[in-house]
Unconditional design. Structure first.
Length: 133
């Protein structure tokens, strides 16, 4: 359920990126904002109540690459790059979320603080793995 609904959510935000990406340079803060909203929505789908500040913190840990952001300023690239950026952030976060949920008991899933901590730890592990691998 979480994976299917999560993919639907990511797809919906990618569609928004197509519209937003038509405004080179100006789309960058909007794309980042959409990523934060998408992370919050993915948390809701997984049953994790999270304030917007948490989504912002999580987003800062899942940033794909600073290198691609300037490409959103190039008219020819802005739409596909914005769409790909949102999809990559969404896919990476959904995979993290699924892993944490699968490794948690029903009781643990009800503990918001524990789930947030595990998500943050999993993101740190993934970031460390990306840097070393």
């Amino acid at each position: 359920y979480i994976q299917d609904k999560g993919q639907e959510c990511i797809y919906a935000y990618c569609k928004k990126a197509k519209r937003i990406g038509r405004i080179p340079i100006g789309c960058i803060p909007f794309v980042h904002r959409q990523c934060i909203k998408m992370i919050g929505k993915l948390n809701q789908i997984a049953g994790i109540d999270s304030p917007e500040e948490l989504s912002e913190d999580i987003y800062s840990r899942t940033i794909v690459s600073i290198v691609v952001t300037p490409l959103m300023a190039v008219p020819v690239f802005s739409v596909p790059v914005a769409k790909r950026y949102i999809k990559t952030v969404g896919d990476n976060y959904l995979n993290t979320l699924l892993r944490v949920v699968q490794e948690s008991s029903d009781t643990e899933l009800g503990n918001r603080a524990l789930m947030i901590k595990r998500i943050q730890e999993e993101l740190k592990k993934r970031a460390g793995g990306n840097q070393n691998g």
